[in-house]
Write a protein of this length. Structure first.
Length: 477
């Protein structure tokens, strides 16, 4: 009897000793079968890292220490550092200030709109600020309306921005004073909607949100018969806010919509604030221009939602502008200079505290839009392991896209993928690049950390399908 119990005990011990090795061997076999059999991976480079959420031990890696382009997986680092330094309850603020005095119903002096990086500012917020100015009894401003964006430097594009992206929403200019046209906070953009006219041959009807004279639309779109296809291009002319909309739209078409990045967001914000003042019956006698508010005092202030709230559209919808604003904000708060150079230095220094070896990484921006950014899968999973220990981890985790959840503010960029799996992860896409990193629950009930970086793939959509296969293998263990 004792011998039998001893044998059983030894068998159990051996099973526990061998189980991780069996798991790793099976995982390796299945993953590498996919890597070797997928024709779309021919000529590409793949980096994979799988790590235990409990111990931080790497359970499997494939080119885990090879530097690769992360695309928007870069945002994981930006988000973690922002939460670590700024905190979940951090708010951006926008002020209305003056260097003058109020005499009767007249403000004798300049009125300043002072931006400090808020990417959530919307037209309704300017309306509220204008209402507060009216509440002070002011109906006339004998001075200029000045936009102060000096909280950050005046470099509008990240270092490696591709010129052809500069009018796209994902390449929108970065200013400390900017505007969002929607509740997803696509800062620095306007929304352009194109719908057919009443009859064939009529010009299309084009609307702009928010309404502003800062952007000029040239309508060269014709309404065509229902049998024809929508062929509409929307392009802003470089260095201007003239948007050329041309092509054709069928009579039965519902809508063609695009978000377009504006040229010089500070002027955009000023124009909307000027309109808000006018609606309140407040006239500005001077010019509307950029400048710096010196020797001024505050008349009104607006606070953004907390950083924990902003994390949702930032990570789930992969908002590039949010990422770059956060980098500049980190630079401003820590070094006193809101620039990419200083912000990236802050990010690298903070990552070291999480056991991430920033010396082996190349960081050029906060969003991952640069093709020069280089990270390793192992350093990404190291970060994802360490952040679990932080009090703000739930905010970070809950802001990641959730596989298969149709609500875009839950599922985000994963809302149409892997609906049968329990996956919270950040996706990434650039030309020839596809990536995904996050947390996945396995069939055994364990949650593991993973990172998959695919570079030099000819069709990024094929990369997504391959990622899904690999994640399913991970969860089936």
């Amino acid at each position: 009897m004792k011998k039998g119990l001893t044998t059983l005990f030894l068998s159990i011990v051996i099973m526990f000793i061998l189980a991780p090795h069996v798991y790793a061997t099976l995982l390796q076999s299945q993953i590498e079968q996919v890597l070797q059999s997928e024709a779309d991976l021919k000529g590409s480079i793949v980096g994979i890292s799988i790590r235990s959420t409990k111990t931080g031990e790497i359970q499997y890696e494939y080119n885990g220490n090879t530097r690769l382009k992360p695309a928007s997986n870069m945002k994981l680092m930006t988000a973690a550092v922002a939460l670590s330094i700024l905190g979940e309850n951090y708010r951006f603020q926008t002020e209305v200030r003056t260097d003058g005095v109020i005499k009767g119903r007249t403000l004798k002096g300049n009125l300043y709109l002072v931006g400090r990086g808020d990417p959530t500012l919307r037209e309704e917020d300017f309306n509220q600020l204008a209402s507060e100015i009216k509440g002070l009894g002011i109906t006339q401003i004998e001075g200029n309306l000045i936009g102060d964006d000096s909280w950050y430097d005046d470099v509008r594009f990240s270092p490696d921005m591709i010129w052809s992206d500069e009018d796209d929403y994902y390449g929108a200019q970065i200013s400390a004073l900017t505007v969002s046209p929607d509740k997803d906070y696509d800062a620095g953009t306007v929304v352009i909607d194109v719908v057919p006219g009443k009859t064939v041959g009529d010009p299309a009807v084009i609307s702009l949100v928010p309404q502003t004279k800062y952007v000029h639309i040239v309508n060269n779109v014709t309404t065509v018969t229902p049998e024809e296809k929508t062929k509409v291009t929307i392009k802003r002319l470089h260095g201007t806010n003239t948007v050329i909309v041309e092509g054709m739209i069928p009579l039965t078409s519902i809508r063609k919509r695009e978000f377009v990045g504006v040229w010089e967001p500070t002027g955009y914000a000023l124009d909307l604030f000027r309109l808000s003042l006018e609606r309140q019956g407040i006239k500005v006698s001077g010019n509307v221009k950029r400048g710096v508010s010196t020797n001024s005092h505050r008349l009104a202030v607006h606070h953004s939602p907390t950083l924990s709230v902003l994390m949702v559209p930032f990570l789930k919808l992969s908002n590039n502008v949010h990422a770059e604003i956060l980098v500049k904000e980190l630079g401003r708060k820590v070094t006193g200079q809101g620039s990419w150079k200083n912000g990236i230095r802050v990010v690298k220094n903070e990552l070291e505290k999480y056991g991430v070896n920033s010396d082996v990484l190349v960081l050029r921006d906060g969003s991952g839009i640069s093709h020069i950014n280089s990270l390793t899968a192992n350093e990404l999973t190291q970060l994802l392991y360490q952040v679990q220990k932080k009090p703000w981890f739930n905010t970070f985790y809950d802001s990641l896209p959730v596989a298969g959840k149709k609500d875009k503010l839950i599922g985000g960029t994963l809302r149409k993928r892997m609906a049968h799996l329990d996956v919270h992860a950040k996706t990434g896409t650039l030309t020839t690049v596809s990536s995904i990193s996050g947390y996945a629950k396995t069939k055994s009930g364990e949650t593991v950390i993973f990172s998959i970086l695919i570079n030099n793939i000819l069709k990024e959509e094929k990369g997504k399908l391959i990622e899904d296969k690999l994640v399913e293998i991970i969860t089936n263990q």
